[in-house]
Design a protein around this ligand. Structure first.
Ligand SMILES: NC(=O)c1ccc[n+]([C@@H]2O[C@H](COP(=O)([O-])OP(=O)(O)OC[C@H]3O[C@@H](n4cnc5c(N)ncnc54)[C@H](OP(=O)(O)O)[C@@H]3O)[C@@H](O)[C@H]2O)c1
Length: 272
């Protein structure tokens, strides 16, 4: 437990801020009194079990009291967040806001960009993060513990990798949903009753995906094992591959990375 730290989450009532704040308390990373959450509206749900958590609408006050400031507002909301944090660790979840902009806007050189995703809500999120050279070993130990509280995590060693992972991980919860939607549309068009179609698709996308996690089998080995089986699965897989499945995935990840880079240029120009 990091009982000596006070952590302030700006945007702590939002999807990610709330999920990661609650995960840290549930897993004992922080004592409840060590967590401050801010929002503009004052509406922050999900912390009734921890009345010692401090809630505020004043980000300057949060920044003064916290040792670690987590930025969990949307990128377009960041321009309105005025904080001076020259001696603090600043951790940003924002997609498309570069380290250079974070340093300039916060006044801190101890800055981390991290990229969780929506699965933080169920403690199943993989979070890569990238740190400036000034981030200390103690800062990194806290960061690692924070993200382990809601799943797995790794430090990456280039900001370009983090930009790429913004598209792969940050947006990642959407990709299985797209596959599920495509499977469902096909099954419904084929005339299956909706309840059967929905339960079948959920079983395939959610249930069968857990095989990959449980067995730790490399995805390519699993695909090859299915192709080698030479049954209906092989026929289905081969047709999907031949129709350009991999090219679609490549195009999607490249478009997401390009969008992350465009956003960085856009938000670098935003004035507070
Ligand atoms: N959700 C994801 O899957 C995901 C994945 C990767 C990265 N991210 C990044 O994580 C960040 C947060 O995303 P999210 O999905 O949690 O967004 P969200 O649910 O919209 O939460 C943002 C929160 O920020 C609060 N807020 C806005 N301006 C504020 C201000 N000036 N001071 C204090 N609080 C403020 C809002 O509450 P009020 O309106 O009450 O102020 C809101 O609850 C984004 O930058 C996003 O790019 C999200």
């Amino acid at each position: 437990m990091f009982s000596e730290l006070t952590v302030g989450i700006i945007g702590g009532g939002g999807w990610l801020g709330r999920s990661i704040g609650a995960a840290m308390l549930a897993k004992g990373v922080l004592p409840p009194a060590g967590l401050i959450l801010s929002s503009r509206s004052g509406r922050i749900d999900g912390f009734d079990a921890w009345p010692e958590v401090q809630l505020t609408t004043d980000n300057r006050e949060l920044a003064q009291r916290a040792d670690v400031i987590v930025l969990s507002v949307r990128p377009e909301q960041f321009a309105a967040v005025a904080i001076a944090a020259p001696d603090k660790l600043v951790i940003s979840f924002m997609a498309g806001v570069s380290l250079a902009t974070l340093i300039e806007r916060s006044g801190s050189r101890r800055v981390i960009r991290a990229m969780p995703n929506a699965a933080a809500e169920i403690g199943q999120c993989y979070t890569p993060w990238f740190a400036t050279a000034e981030v200390t070993a103690a800062d990194k130990a806290f960061t690692q513990a924070m993200f382990e509280a809601c799943g797995g995590t790794d430090e990456v060693f280039s900001e370009a990798d983090l930009d790429y992972l913004t598209g792969l991980v940050g947006s990642g919860a959407a990709y299985p949903a797209l596959l599920a939607e495509a499977l469902l549309a096909h099954a419904l068009a084929r005339g299956l009753p909706r309840q059967v179609a929905e339960r079948a698709v959920r079983g395939v996308v959610v249930g069968a995906s857990q095989l990959l996690g449980r067995d730790g089998m490399p995805p390519a080995a699993m695909v090859q094992a299915m192709l080698d089986y030479r049954g209906t699965t092989a026929a289905g897989l081969q047709a999907m591959i031949d129709a350009g499945f991999r090219q679609s995935v490549d195009a999607g990840l490249e478009a997401a990375e390009a969008a992350a880079r465009r956003m960085q240029a856009q938000y670098a120009k935003s004035e507070p």
